[in-house]
Design a protein around this ligand. Structure first.
Ligand code: TXA
Ligand code: MG
Length: 316
């Protein structure tokens, strides 16, 4: 039986009681679907790692619906407050110093003395967090290292019976994960490019943000692992200026022989929203042996798109 449900108020109440009793609920956010559990129930948090096949050294983001909840979890300093007030709810996540010693959070934070927090810009996510009354830890609702889910159906295909309920909020509007910035250091550091652009953040902070390229053996943000977001059946070639034999070409902008196009008019936000769904479509093509993808400009949300496809294309 399908666990996909309409996010009406009755189902949100049901989802919240599942969260409060330590079960896993997948829910829509503006970026990708999240696999949620109460941050305060260690067994539930452990359940997330098990369902995803995620290594326990990879910490989770705590999702909140109001600023008071952040104070409960982290040192919420002036710089973080300024950015939160400016952007949230938004596809923007902060790494902050952890202020909450509750051992239940140790697993979610992978034993680090920092914690990541985000207020998502999606009515269903916010309603679920409010109704649950606890921070909801949620990684993307897919098996570890595979393509992130941007529809309820993707979640069901990837996690199946490992999730107790899936709230269906339609297709995610942003389509790539949140931007993560580390605010525990004097200079802010970008750990993951995402829905809020580097340009916007630098403009508001009035300073350059350092970019972490990470050490794949010691990821400070394990999203930096070299291979991630990978198609299961095909290899992926990036920066493809033309299509080679047996390739399924995902185009961007005016590309005549593209099999499918992320944004024929060359709009990076439209391309980001389509990215993961189109990678899945490409990966399902049996008559092609490889996937290729057109060059994507390295600015604005293009940074996030290029980051994802670079990792998706990585092979040893
Ligand atoms: O858009 C998003 O952020 C989605 C939705 C569901 O909110 N969530 C998401 O979660 O992408 P996940 O677990 O797939 O990615 C979270 C990233 C991981 O790369 C993790 O290593 C990093 O955040 N992270 C979590 N806590 C951290 C910490 N304390 N320090 C550094 N990186 C951290
Ligand atoms: Mg993920």
């Amino acid at each position: 039986m399908s666990v996909i449900c309409n996010p009406d108020s009755q189902n949100i109440k049901k989802a919240a009681s599942l969260i409060k009793s330590g079960k896993l609920v997948a829910f829509p956010t503006e970026t990708v679907y999240g696999l949620g559990a109460s941050a305060y129930i260690p067994e539930a948090v452990a359940g997330i790692f098990a369902a995803k096949g995620r290594p326990s050294f990879n910490p989770l983001i705590s999702h909140v619906a109001d600023l008071d909840l952040v104070e409960e979890l982290a040192v919420f300093d002036e710089r973080a407050k300024f950015l939160a007030k400016k952007y949230w709810p938004a596809p923007l996540t902060f790494v902050l110093k952890r202020a909450n010693k509750n051992p239940a959070l140790d697993l979610a934070c992978a034993g680090l003395d920092t914690i990541t927090v985000r207020m998502p810009r999606h009515e269903v996510a916010l309603a679920l967090i409010r109704e649950s009354g606890v921070p909801i830890v949620a990684p993307s609702a897919n098996r570890s290292q595979t393509i992130s889910p941007t529809t309820a159906r993707h979640v069901e295909e990837s996690l199946g019976e490992n999730v107790d309920m899936i709230l269906d909020g339609g297709q995610c509007s942003v389509g790539v994960e949140s931007t993560i910035i580390d605010l525990t250091t004097p200079k802010a550091v970008l750990l993951r490019a995402g829905g809020i652009t580097l340009e916007e953040l630098e403009n508001d902070l009035g300073e350059k943000i350092l970019i972490s390229h990470g050490n794949p053996d010691m990821p400070s943000s394990p999203g930096q692992m070299l291979r991630h977001y990978a198609p299961s059946n095909h290899t992926l070639r990036i920066n493809a200026k033309s299509k080679e034999k047996d390739e399924f070409l995902i185009g961007f902008g005016e590309v005549e022989d593209a099999n499918i196009n992320l944004s024929p008019k060359g709009d990076l936000r439209e391309a980001a929203a389509n990215l993961f769904a189109f990678l899945r479509i490409a990966d399902e093509q049996k008559e092609f042996s490889k996937i290729a993808i057109s060059p994507i400009p390295e600015n604005s949300v293009g940074l996030a798109i290029n980051d994802r496809i670079r990792r998706a294309s990585y092979s040893k």
